[in-house]
Ligand binder design. Structure first.
Ligand code: SF4
Length: 374
């Protein structure tokens, strides 16, 4: 069976399922036993479930290649009916995917390290490179990256490059994600100008990460309303923890009251929010404090069903400063982080109900940073 919709073709024989875009890029393949997702930068993820929770692993190149070849062989079983939609169907294979990702590397100033879990199919526009803070002790995302804001002419070149890159599959992109970290932090006039350009070209809902500790004084309510009018639908906050003690260990200088007020001002301006917490932050020593204060934090945000709360298991890296801290505090094992996620989910719901006298409508979802590839 073949289904074609908005620049995407899905094919299935009842067991196997393959999703490709109109340019022939492999997006998702399931052989009936295992499911794989490919990022535009040619990373292959095996997605499954363990202990009732989503489990994701990055494939090595040899295994990724085997998956790609199997998927494209399957696709060619539908060649007679698909050639009109994917004219290059005979050329699809590993070399095609490698060349395709090389094109993307040339468009961006640096590879895209992360997108939120619900933003796998956006057009990513890099208006900043790296992170203006870049000092959180656990974060490896932009470690070697010098922070910069792209010039207007670079933005226009990037947009042209992306339109050319996506070609006939552009309609398969459902949103625009502006990055990298804290893209909304840039000079406000410049931000509005960039949003206008992006909105005029793509006319798609816009999403972005924002940090609640660098940005507050720079964005006032009135500015947020303009941002909303220019297409920004949802912003994602790396809250990490509702405990200032835990945040201090992470070297994230966020003031809780200020962050609550700031996040609520996005809600008041009509935007949705994504709140991201870290399972395992503060180790065994701060387990209770982290869960309790994070639940209290959520209960102070005016959330509805369009918002989302993510809990991401913290990955500790030996070469980052937080490694020694986590050693001292008692690092949680993977199963313990999962346990903390479940506990946090329950506490968040209970606290929200108690404080607001209504059920929390926003989902509380586990997500693994491994999966957050573009
Ligand atoms: S966690 Fe966010 S604010 Fe901290 S260094 Fe990483 S990207 Fe920057």
């Amino acid at each position: 069976m073949i289904k074609i919709e908005k620049g995407i073709a899905s094919v299935t024989d009842g067991e196997r399922v393959l999703v490709v875009d109109r340019s022939g890029r492999l997006l998702i393949y399931s052989n009936g036993r295992e499911t794989f997702r490919r990022s535009l930068f040619n990373q292959f993820l095996k997605v499954g479930y363990r202990d009732g929770e989503r489990n994701v692993a990055l494939l090595n190149e040899r295994d990724a290649k085997l998956v790609a070849l199997e998927a494209y062989d399957f696709l060619r079983e539908f060649k007679a009916d698909l050639s009109f939609f994917i004219p290059n169907i005979d050329d699809l294979g590993w070399d095609f995917l490698l060349k395709d990702s090389e094109r993307l590397f040339k468009i961006y100033k640096s590879p895209v390290p992360i997108v939120p879990p619900d933003q796998y199919f956006p057009v990513y526009i890099q208006i900043t490179v790296g992170c203006a803070w870049n000092r959180c002790t656990f974060c490896h995302l932009y470690r070697d990256q010098r922070y910069s804001v792209v010039e207007e002419k670079e933005l226009i070149e990037m947009i042209k490059g992306l339109i050319d890159y996506f070609g006939p599959s552009l309609p398969s992109r459902r949103s625009v994600f502006i990055g990298d970290a804290n893209a909304l932090l840039i000079d406000h006039e410049r931000l509005l100008k960039y949003l206008k350009i992006i909105n005029n070209v793509f006319n798609l809902p816009i999403y972005s990460f924002v940090d609640a500790f660098l940005t507050p004084e720079k964005l006032r309510n009135r500015d947020l309303e303009t941002i909303k009018k220019l297409g920004v639908e949802r912003v994602y906050f790396g809250v990490e923890s509702g405990s200032e003690k835990v945040l201090k260990l992470l070297n994230k200088p966020m003031k809780i009251d200020e962050a609550v007020e700031f996040i609520n001002s996005f809600k008041n301006s009509g935007m949705n929010v994504g709140l991201i917490f870290l399972a395992g932050a503060g180790g065994k020593e701060y387990w209770e404090e982290h869960v309790k204060k994070s639940s209290e934090f959520v209960s102070r945000i005016e959330l509805d069903r369009k918002d989302i709360i993510y809990v991401s298991p913290l990955h500790e890296y030996r070469d980052l400063p937080y490694w020694n801290t986590s050693e001292r505090l008692g690092r949680l094992r993977a199963q313990e982080k999962l346990k903390q996620f479940r506990e946090m989910k329950q506490k968040i719901r209970e606290e929200y109900l108690e404080v607001n006298q209504k059920d929390l409508q926003a989902p509380v979802v586990l997500y693994d940073i491994t999966e957050s590839v573009y």
